[in-house]
Design a protein around this ligand. Structure first.
Ligand SMILES: [Cu+2]
Length: 195
């Protein structure tokens, strides 16, 4: 299950919860309170506010730590700087020019990404539908993206930067094959790689 599939029901639940709080508050509205009641409820409100903001700050601190402590992620930390394969990628309205170089599991590919016209975003989704890596494709700029392919299958390249009416169709496939027999360690291809 992708993260998005978890997040949107949670967001929906959150919206419903906020709506229920509003409905509750409106349903509790009645005649103006006496001075004593007002003083008491003001004090209570201050205490609740202090706790609420305290917990909110604590939540942000803990949430930030939980989500950022993985960085730099092991793939980036341990990735070899030398690539097994180099591929020149060019985005254009609306498609991708990518060489037909065979890729095998375990190989590190250096994508040298640029654009022919406007800004695009070169994003690679794995066979499971999860985002593997992405970088901007910009005219007159060369961005290098190192990706070590961990699983075989069909990867989808999709533009992630809105670039006009054809943006949604700006996708193509990358096939990553299993280790072919007769492949030397380090990824030197002896066979055709079952493309
Ligand atoms: Cu686009």
């Amino acid at each position: 299950m992708t993260v998005q599939n978890v997040v949107w029901p949670l967001a929906l639940l959150g919206i419903v919860a906020v709506a229920l709080v509003f409905i509750f508050v409106i349903s509790q509205a009645r005649q103006p309170a006496t001075e004593q009641e007002t003083a008491r409820s003001t004090h209570t409100a201050h205490v609740i506010q202090a706790w609420f903001f305290g917990l909110l700050v604590l939540g942000f601190v803990v949430g930030t730590w939980l989500t950022l402590r993985h960085f730099p992620i092991p793939l980036q930390r341990g990735a070899p700087l030398a690539a097994d394969v180099e591929m020149d990628v060019e985005g254009f309205m609306w498609g991708w020019t990518i060489p037909d170089t065979p890729i095998q599991v375990g190989q590190t590919v250096a994508f040298r990404v640029t654009s022919k016209d406007v800004n695009h975003d070169f994003a690679i989704y794995g066979p499971d539908g999860n985002l593997v890596a992405q970088t901007q494709a910009m005219p007159r700029v060369l961005n290098k993206l190192l990706v070590t392919f961990q699983q075989p299958g069909e990867y989808t390249v999709q533009c992630l930067e809105y670039c006009g009416v054809g943006h949604g169709f700006m996708r193509t496939k990358l096939t990553v094959s299993k280790h072919a027999t007769g492949t030397a360690p380090g990824g030197t291809t002896l066979g055709k790689g079952g493309h």
